[in-house]
Ligand binder design. Structure first.
Ligand code: SAH
Length: 223
C-alpha cells in the first residue's frame, strides 16, 4: 500500500516533467494536447515519496493491489491513438492509479472509468488531486460489461491486456468511434486501434507490441 504521498509540486518536479515530455517527443509522440496534459499532471503524486524521482522516468511502476501505473510512453501513445476531440465521451477500462484518467480529463473530455479491484477503487477515491477533475466518473465493476446505461461512447480505451475484444465494449462504441485495446495473453499484447464506421463496419489496425497486466473477469472485493 502507498504511504507518505508527496504533496508539493515545485520547480524540481516541473523541470523533471519537462524532461519527460522531451523524452516522449523523441520517442515519437506528436499530439501537443497529450504532451501538454503529461506536463500538467504531477505524476509523483501517484507514487510513494521515496520514488519521487522515478516518477518522471519513462517506466511503469508498482502501485497498490499488485497493479501498475502505466509507463508514460504507453499512456501518451494510447491517448494519441484515440484522436480525442473536445467534448468526446470516453470509457476507460482499468482505472488503476487514475493517472491515465487524469491525463484524459486534463484534455477536456468527459470520462467514465471502471476498476475491478475494490482496493484500488477506494484508494483513488481518497486522492486530493481527483477533486480537480469533476469530469471523471468512477465505477467499481467489470470492464468486460462496459457501462450499458451510459453508452454509446465516442472513444473506448482499455488499459489492461485483454484476451479478446470484449463484444459488449464493441457494441457500446458509437458509429464513427475509436477503441484502443491491447489484445493478447501472457503479458504480451498487440495494440489494436479499432474504428467503427458510420455503417457499423469494423476496421482493425495493429499498432505495435506492448506489455500490460491482464484484463480479468469479474470484480475483486478483497483488500
Ligand atoms: N490506467 C491505469 C493502468 C492500471 S493497470 C493507470 O493509469 O494507472 C490496469 C488496471 O486494469 C488494473 O488496475 C487492473 O485491476 C484493472 N483491470 C483488470 N481487469 C479489469 C476489468 N475486467 N475491469 C476493470 N478493470 C480491470
Amino acid at each position: 500500500m502507498l504511504h507518505s504521498l508527496p504533496k508539493e509540486d515545485n520547480y524540481l518536479q516541473k523541470g523533471l516533467r519537462k524532461q519527460l515530455v522531451q523524452v516522449l517527443r523523441d520517442k515519437g509522440i506528436k499530439d501537443e494536447r497529450v504532451l501538454g496534459a503529461i506536463e500538467a499532471i504531477p505524476r509523483h503524486f501517484f507514487l510513494d515519496k521515496a520514488f519521487e524521482r522515478q516518477a518522471y522516468e519513462d517506466r511503469a511502476f508498482p502501485i497498490a493491489a499488485g497493479q501498475t501505473i502505466s509507463q508514460p510512453y504507453t499512456v501518451a501513445y494510447q491517448t494519441q491513438l484515440l484522436d480525442l476531440q473536445k467534448f468526446d465521451k470516453v470509457l476507460e477500462i482499468g482505472t488503476g492509479s487514475a493517472y491515465q484518467a487524469m491525463v484524459l480529463a486534463e484534455m477536456g473530455i468527459s470520462l467514465f472509468t471502471i476498476e475491478r479491484q475494490k482496493e484500488l477503487y477506494d484508494y483513488v477515491g481518497k486522492m486530493v488531486l481527483l477533486k480537480k477533475y469533476p469530469a471523471i466518473k468512477r465505477f467499481y465493476g467489470d470492464g468486460f460489461e462496459g457501462l450499458p446505461s451510459y453508452a454509446p461512447f465516442d472513444k473506448i480505451l482499455v488499459t489492461c491486456g485483454a484476451p479478446f475484444i470484449p463484444p459488449k465494449l464493441l457494441a457500446q462504441l458509437k458509429p464513427g468511434g475509436i477503441m484502443v485495446i491491447p489484445v493478447g495473453e501472457d503479458g504480451q499484447q498487440k495494440m489494436l486501434r479499432i474504428t467503427k464506421d458510420k455503417e457499423g463496419n469494423i476496421e482493425e489496425e495493429e499498432m505495435g507490441d506492448f506489455r500490460f497486466v491482464p484484463m480479468l473477469q469479474g470484480r475483486n472485493p478483497r483488500p
